[in-house]
Ligand binder design. Structure first.
Ligand code: S3P
Length: 172
């Protein structure tokens, strides 16, 4: 099976859903942020502070290009879609799901979070700016899955159903 990619804004639940999805499909899961932290032995916040966002984006692209393309669930950082090369790589090598969540819900989830450097300062405004920049890139995914009012199990079931339909040759 081709890789399954989960994309979406920070706080949309990619990592949590990815873990449950990997279990449901009996596939290994790799998270691009975790891959970067392990590879560079540095937390994301420290990479941003010491080396800048451009370096982080380079590491993110490297991660994506090196990860397996089959029989795997890949969860991504919210900014993976910024680079066209990344969007193309994901679409060319797998099935891309956008976990779509409204900003009010994301704000509630991340209100007290301090781990995301791009949200430092005016958190809500920063979220709006980033979402405006990225929304159309997220929407390039093969499938959009609304997540806000659903449980993890419901979301995983929806994703598994899409995968099964696709395997049965029904692309709609
Ligand atoms: C980022 C999202 C983060 C992490 C980094 C940058 C972004 O991942 O990659 O802080 O640009 O949206 P999550 O989406 O897992 O929070």
């Amino acid at each position: 099976m081709r890789a399954i990619y989960l994309t979406g804004f920070m706080g949309s639940g990619k990592t949590t859903i990815g873990k449950a999805l990997g279990e449901a499909l009996k596939l290994p899961i790799i998270d691009t942020d975790e891959w970067i932290v392990e590879r560079h032995q540095k937390q994301i916040r420290d990479i941003f502070a010491d080396e800048g966002e451009d370096a982080f984006r380079r590491y993110e692209r490297e991660a994506l290009m090196q990860l397996p393309k089959e029989n795997i669930v890949i969860t991504t950082g919210g900014g993976i879609v910024i680079q066209k090369e990344n969007r193309e790589r994901m679409k060319d090598t797998g099935l891309v799901f956008y976990l779509q969540c409204d900003l009010d819900e994301i704000y509630r989830r991340l209100e007290n979070d301090t781990s995301r450097p791009l949200l430092d300062g005016q958190k809500r405004l920063n979220m709006e700016r980033l979402m405006n920049e990225r929304q159309s890139w997220y929407e390039e995914a093969h499938v959009t899955i609304p997540v806000a009012a659903r449980t993890v199990d419901e979301i995983v079931e929806a994703i598994v159903n899409v995968i099964k339909d696709r395997q049965n040759g029904d692309n709609n």
